[in-house]
Design a protein around this ligand. Structure first.
Ligand SMILES: Cc1cc2nc3c(=O)[nH]c(=O)nc-3n(C[C@H](O)[C@H](O)[C@H](O)COP(=O)(O)O)c2cc1C
Length: 233
């Protein structure tokens, strides 16, 4: 897989779906991306609830996230069964820097930073609402606001069901402002073999919208033998 070297903001908020974040970060690092990661306080609670861990600390960098993904795969009670596929040399791996919610001096808070794309995964209804009204009250909201004003990719991965009128209207507003609404809503037509394939369905679509190469999930019309992607070792 080629090294895209893109700078991408990965914001993690308190909606269900912490496993999406872990797989997304692992995939983007394997594609050589330079990640700016911001985690909300509620997201930390969801990590604990769903995966039994707290997200990696600021000083742990890319290796902390990659080890956590390996740990969850190997030790979790859930049979995620992510596809194993190939290896990536350490030299090809991307980098990761983590920022605090109140760190408005982070480069992602300014339009002058060369941020290729931002994804909020998963995106809570609370954060969706804050971005929709331009609150900019924490680094996640501010970085998203910057992406919209700079007319750069902003991908929101909401998870809630059913959806109320206010939530739907916020999504319409954000879509009209240029964001991509990519709900955590996996399809079943690709013949998933387990939970990992369902997670990868969503992560693959996020990577497509960030224009980051991947081979996570079979594309419609592609043969099953074509699906393989790198894992960091
Ligand atoms: C275990 C758990 C699961 C949650 N799942 C969702 C969810 O799927 N969608 C959602 O919008 N909020 C969910 N919430 C509620 C949000 O975390 C809460 O509204 C929070 O204020 C969001 O803050 P944030 O946007 O700063 O992360 C969940 C909370 C917990 C503790």
């Amino acid at each position: 897989m080629s090294d895209s070297g893109k700078q991408i903001v990965v914001a993690v908020t308190g909606a269900s779906g912490a496993i999406y974040t872990l797989r997304l970060v692992q995939t983007l690092l394997c594609a050589g991306c330079q990640l700016h990661v911001v985690i909300s306080n509620a997201a930390k609670q969801v990590f604990q609830e769903e995966l039994g861990v707290t997200p990696p600390q600021h000083d742990q960098g890319a290796s902390g996230w990659l080890s956590m993904f390996q740990q969850i795969q190997q030790q979790s009670d859930v049979a995620w069964n992510f596809r194993e596929a190939g290896t990536v040399d350490a030299g090809q791996l991307g980098s990761l820097r983590q920022y605090g919610l109140a760190d408005f001096r982070a480069s992602a808070a300014s339009g002058s930073a060369r941020i290729a794309g931002m994804v909020v995964c998963p995106c809570s209804m609370g954060t969706l609402s804050s971005i929709a009204c331009g609150a900019s009250s924490n680094l996640i909201h501010r970085a998203a606001d910057v992406q919209l004003k700079e007319r750069r990719p902003l991908i929101l991965v909401p998870r809630e069901t059913p959806l109320g009128l206010i939530q739907l209207e916020n999504m319409v507003r954000l879509s009209q402002a240029g964001a991509t609404i990519l709900p955590a809503m996996p399809g079943f037509y690709h013949g998933p073999q387990g939970m990992g394939d369902l997670v990868d369905f969503i992560v693959a679509r996020i990577c497509d919208h960030l224009d980051v190469p991947h081979q996570l999930s079979r594309r419609w019309g592609q043969s099953t033998s074509d699906v393989s992607g790198p894992d960091a070792t």
